[in-house]
Design a protein around this ligand. Structure first.
Ligand code: AMP
Ligand code: MG
Length: 341
């Protein structure tokens, strides 16, 4: 398959920009597009065969459900069978934005989109290209991150091209994304609502709007054999470059000593901005603040592969605020290999 690359400037959208992408989606094809979080790989969410193509292109396990993207709150009624009052309030506060909410599904949503679950995950992205694509195509778009399953999520069209060239119909290149990590997922079928995957919107931000929100223990810990998962995607090793990733938690001095002791050919450190000058092994940095780290983490994990790293010691962020989301991605990239120093 020839993958069409279509450049669109979100600030200067032209009348016919979405014509071909809309046709592809209506015919059950695959279009990757930018959102404010990461690039998504989109297909018609209400067409089971179209959704199946997403799983095939990504090599995604069939029990890992997709998020349905909408452009209008009215669309929610078509796919969610019960919308609790709190969900309405959260949607009002955070949509369009990086918040995904889980509801019981209606019959309109095929099991091929929900990984066999009776619930559906929904979000309204805050990105002009994503919103226009949904509106102009006239379809609700199921879209997981547009990477090969298990790899770091794509934050630029070039990352999507590397993973998906020849496997999908079109990539819309809308430049670099703003946030850099996936949406916060909140299960609205639980009372109080439960965060299944942390993201840019933190527990504290949610609790300014609704009284109490809990955190799924699976966010920070590996599940034991036989434990049930609420967010099927969270059970897999994920977000990983080819290099062997080890997350190192502790004070800078201890991290530095540990990395120096383990210095060898192909061994890299991924550290915070400014720390690279204080180590003798090859380093990449991934920002200083939590927001910068979210923005950069996936592209830096990909860059380690480009450099041919075969092992990398990563400085762990504090699992607080948006740092919790970055930490959550990193322990999965490391296959839960965490060293305390
Ligand atoms: P991705 O879009 O690749 O970041 O993955 C979507 C995430 O949403 C996965 O971790 C899924 O497990 C989660 N998800 C989607 N639908 C549901 C659902 N109905 N219940 C629980 N988690 C869901
Ligand atoms: Mg993903």
């Amino acid at each position: 398959m020839n993958t069409i690359i279509k450049k669109i400037d979100a600030e200067q959208i032209k009348d016919d920009d979405f014509q071909q992408a809309g046709e592809i989606l209506r015919e059950g094809g695959l279009v990757a597009f930018p959102t404010e979080t990461v690039y998504g790989l989109g297909a018609d969410a209400l067409n089971s065969q179209a959704a199946a193509k997403i799983y095939a292109a990504k090599g995604r396990p069939s029990d890992n459900p997709l998020i349905v993207h909408i452009a209008d709150t009215e669309d929610l009624k078509r796919i969610a069978a019960k919308i609790p009052e709190k969900a309405g309030i959260l949607a009002e506060a955070f949509w369009p934005g990086p918040l995904t909410m889980i509801f019981p599904k209606t019959d309109a949503v095929p099991y091929g989109t929900t990984g066999g679950l009776d619930t559906v995950a929904v979000r309204m992205p805050n990105h002009k290209i994503a919103l226009e694509l949904i509106r102009q195509s006239g379809v609700l778009i199921a879209a997981p991150s547009a990477n090969t399953s298990g790899r770091p999520s794509p934050t630029r069209a070039e990352h999507v091209r590397k993973d998906m060239d020849g496997r999908i119909d079109m990539i819309i290149d809308g430049g670099k994304v703003g946030i850099g990590i996936e949406s916060t997922i909140v299960d609205m079928t639980a009372e109080p609502p439960m965060i299944l995957r942390p993201g840019y919107i933190t527990k504290e931000m949610l609790e300014e709007i609704v009284p109490q929100v809990t955190l799924d223990p699976a966010i920070l810990h590996q599940l034991k054999e036989g434990q049930t998962v609420r967010s099927p995607g969270m059970k897999y090793q994920h977000y990983s470059p080819q290099a062997h990733v080890i997350l190192v938690e502790g004070e800078w001095q201890n991290f530095a000593a540990y990395a120096e002791q383990n210095k060898a050919d192909g061994v890299y450190a991924l550290v915070f901005d400014g720390e690279e000058t204080r180590l003798s092994l090859p380093c990449l940095t991934y920002g200083a603040s939590g927001q910068e780290q979210a923005q950069q983490i996936f592209s830096k994990l990909r860059e380690l592969d480009d450099r041919g790293a075969h092992k990398v010691y990563v400085r762990a962020p504090k699992p607080e605020g948006i740092g919790l989301a970055v930490y959550n991605r990193l322990i999965r990239a490391a296959g839960f290999e965490v060293i305390q120093v």
